[in-house]
Design a protein around this ligand. Structure first.
Ligand code: SDX
Length: 419
């Protein structure tokens, strides 16, 4: 077995070394404290592997993203339900598996009628991410979720995959004072969601197939991203034995943060601000370079990607195509493209390897679909749900799993007495 040598205070130690299937090298520090009395210190976990996982592989230097080995470029246009199945169960579904999976997704879209009453209590202009997380946690009052048997876990996975879009659409209808539109069993996941969002009881609604296809791709591009903040949160909560709904509700809350899934909403607000301020790109790029300004170029930078986020590449093309197909001329697209050009030629961004990430262009497409800005992070959650479910299941299927409980380095007051 390969080992790494460590010398600490005159004592030599050997740490086991192992490799992942893509050649990633890991120091196994599981016995570090027992052997050396020292802990590893890595705030933000930029250098720490919290687990081994077979779901998604990212190579940040090369700009590679693969779901269960399939490159994102090849997966992006598959049916979202198929991609969800692949992430959760490890293989693309056979025709028979897809039929059963689609049937399950279709017949679990309704929420208990009593859950509609919850919406009466929410403030009309409350952020929909608050509604999404509380409604998901509340699902556990209908489906206890404390039964880890495969049939119950798979049933709850189906329930959540099917119901989250219903809850999301109801949250939007609540915010605009319109009637809830119930799902229909003859529509695809994306078409069903679009109809629940934009149909009204007074007239028929036809889903635009171009919008349906664009939404399907957006959901696929957001479906998983290994140990990002919200997925790590889902795994943290799952490690305590908490039920599926509680774990996913926690992931939704983590995604809400402006540095994570909330960035897509911040990007659009930033682009609108730059437009209102005379498109002075250089001013905003210079502000982003000045730490004291507190301003960041939202949608830029990534903990792992030190090259183009492959999702951003796909979304940059898709934004142009979707807007052209829909005959929409959104000035924010040109502003985003110019901002990207200016930033990518600026040494500050080049030296720090700051490139556009998944959030930089996604909002422009959501806008073109008529989705309001404060629903953008909800859209991210709809896409990310299969990834969260896959990681929840992978962690819970691991018999050797332990509760996540990091150590710390204490820097507070030493023992003292109040006298
Ligand atoms: C997502 O983890 C995932 O996989 C997430 C995600 C997923 O699919 O789940 O990909 C989705 O969350 C994408 C990221 C969305 N967030 C944003 O777009 C917000 C803006 N970006 C930054 O806040 C930042 O880049 C992060 C949060 C994304 C990453 O932060 P890190 O890895 O902690 O990097 P850092 O803050 O230490 O930055 C390194 C340097 C710093 O400057 P120096 O101290 O070296 O001088 O780069 C600077 C930062 O100040 N920097 C930026 C910047 N991002 C980093 N400066 C200006 N604008 C930015 N956007």
């Amino acid at each position: 077995m390969e080992t790494a040598k460590l010398t600490l205070r005159g004592q030599d130690y050997e740490l086991p070394v192992f490799e992942g299937s893509e050649g990633e090298v890991a120091l196994d520090v599981r016995n570090l404290r027992a052997k050396t009395g020292a802990v590893a210190y890595d705030p933000g976990f930029g250098n720490t592997g919290s687990c081994s996982s077979a779901i998604t592989f990212i190579d940040g230097e090369q700009g590679i993203l693969r779901y269960r080995g399939y490159p994102i470029e090849e997966i992006a246009d598959r049916r979202f339900s198929e991609v969800a199945y692949l992430l959760i169960y490890g293989e693309l579904p056979t025709a028979e598996q897809q039929a059963a999976w689609s049937k399950g997704l279709t017949y679990h879209t309704l929420i208990h009628e009593d859950m509609k009453k919850f919406f009466e209590g929410y403030a009309t202009k409350g952020h929909p991410m608050a509604i999404l997380s509380s409604m998901v946690a509340s699902l556990s009052t209908y489906y206890p979720g404390n039964d880890d048997s495969p049939e119950i876990v798979n049933l709850n996975i189906l329930r959540l995959m099917a119901k989250l879009k219903t809850i999301a659409a109801f949250a939007y209808k609540k915010s605009i004072g319109q009637a809830f539109i119930y799902p229909r069993n003859d529509l695809s996941y994306s078409a069903n969601f679009l109809r629940m969002m934009f149909a009204v009881p007074a007239e028929p609604y036809e889903v635009n197939p171009k919008v349906e296809r664009a939404l399907n791709m957006l959901l696929n591009l957001h479906a998983d991203h290994e140990q990002n903040c919200s997925t790590s949160t889902v795994r943290m909560v799952a490690s305590s034995g908490a039920n599926l709904f509680a774990s996913i509700a926690a992931g939704i809350c983590a995604l809400w943060g402006p540095l994570h899934g909330g960035a897509n909403q911040q990007v659009i607000e930033m682009l609108e601000h730059i437009e209102a301020d005379g498109r002075n790109y250089k001013k905003y790029v210079d502000m982003a370079k000045d730490k004291s300004s507190g301003f960041k170029l939202m949608g830029f930078g990534h903990r792992v990607y030190k090259n183009f986020d492959p999702r951003a590449k796909i979304l940059r093309e898709a934004a142009q195509d979707v807007l052209a197909e829909m005959g929409i001329d959104d000035p924010l697209l040109e502003i985003a493209q110019r901002l990207e050009e200016v930033a990518l030629h600026d040494p500050f961004f080049v030296e720090r390897k700051l490139y556009p990430n998944v959030d930089f262009y996604s909002g422009i497409i959501y806008r073109a679909m008529g989705i309001p800005t404060d629903m953008f992070t909800v859209m991210f959650a709809l896409g990310r749900l299969p990834g969260w479910l896959a990681h929840w299941k992978e962690l819970r299927d691991d018999e050797s799993g332990r509760i996540h409980r990091p150590r710390q380095v204490y820097t507070g007051a030493t023992e003292r007495h109040s006298g």
